[in-house]
Design a protein around this ligand. Sequence first.
Ligand code: FES
Length: 95
Amino acid sequence: MVTVTVCVGSSCHLKGARQVIERFNELLSRHKLGDRVTLKGSFCMERCGEGINWQIDDEPVSSTTGEEALRVFYERVLAPMGVRAGDGPGGPAGP
Ligand code: FES
């Protein structure tokens, strides 16, 4: 089980953290990974200047854009579970 935690503090929210959570959630649903990945929100992670802040288990990740967050999510969370980038509509290679 992997836990992905996205900061929903005000700075990250303004940078698009909410949309990132929505996209992560959509991808987990599409690939039926809801029982393998827990998606959570968190208060400020005290790294506000670093972009959209989130974690994969205990490892901090900072993404300058939502697109970058999605790319890392594919590489670090979905790919190890057998999902290839671009699988299904809306992936990085999708529309
Ligand atoms: S609001 Fe996200 S790290 Fe501070």
